[in-house]
Design a protein. Structure first.
Length: 202
């Protein structure tokens, strides 16, 4: 692909690094931005820079946040007896959009995947175990995508949690096996939260 400007080419190369964006789409985006008022393009650039440099991870649950403690963890109206364990920040967003869950969260930062070289020590499992003794949590809801890696992670967690006096439940299997939570429709995901089931004894 030949470009009339090296600056356009550089912009296309960077935009094409985004997931789901090919070079043709990147070129369309670059040309669109070029046509906009300079203030609009600069506003976008500033928003991206501020997001990258100022967004934090909550020191309690590892969710994304503008402050040290996220708005969910600091909300006194949330049910502190319930802790929903998810693998990814996108899962928090998906569950929050159902308006069916009112407890707290813990983001693992991924799932156990030996093929990809991801073990328990690469996830926020230790911080989960450390926050439980001084918390009011009575139930752990494992809302992890029902893939092979997700089930492996859930099984590992139940083994680690068995020494705690907790109820351990999992989202109902209305979520298809092998599916990802972020792609599940809100009605199905919401029903899975409401109709959660006990994970079983280990």
């Amino acid at each position: 692909m030949n470009f009339p400007s090296k600056l356009i080419e550089n912009a296309v190369e960077e935009l094409a690094k985004l997931p789901g964006v090919g070079r043709k789409t990147a070129l369309r985006l670059a040309l669109h931005l070029l046509k906009q008022e300079s203030e609009d393009t600069l506003s976008l650039a500033e928003a991206l820079v501020k997001m990258r440099t100022e967004v934090k991870h909550c020191k309690e649950c590892h969710n994304i946040s503008d402050t040290e403690v996220c708005s969910i963890c600091s909300n006194p109206l949330r049910d502190r007896s319930m802790l929903c364990v998810v693998s990814d920040i996108r899962d928090v967003i998906a569950i929050e959009n159902t308006s069916q869950y009112k407890g707290l969260y813990h983001v693992l930062g991924g799932v156990i995947s030996p093929i990809e070289g991801i073990g328990p020590s690469d996830l926020y499992i230790d911080s989960l175990l450390e926050r439980l003794p001084q918390s009011e949590v009575k139930e752990i809801l494992l809302a992890i995508s029902p893939t092979m890696e997700g089930d492996t992670t859930a099984f590992y967690l139940t083994r680690k949690l068995r020494d705690f006096d907790l109820r351990i439940s999992t989202i109902a299997r209305g979520v298809p096996v092998g599916g990802e939570l972020e792609y599940t429709d809100e009605v199905t995901l919401g029903r899975s939260i409401v109709e959660r089931t006990l994970y079983g004894k280990v």
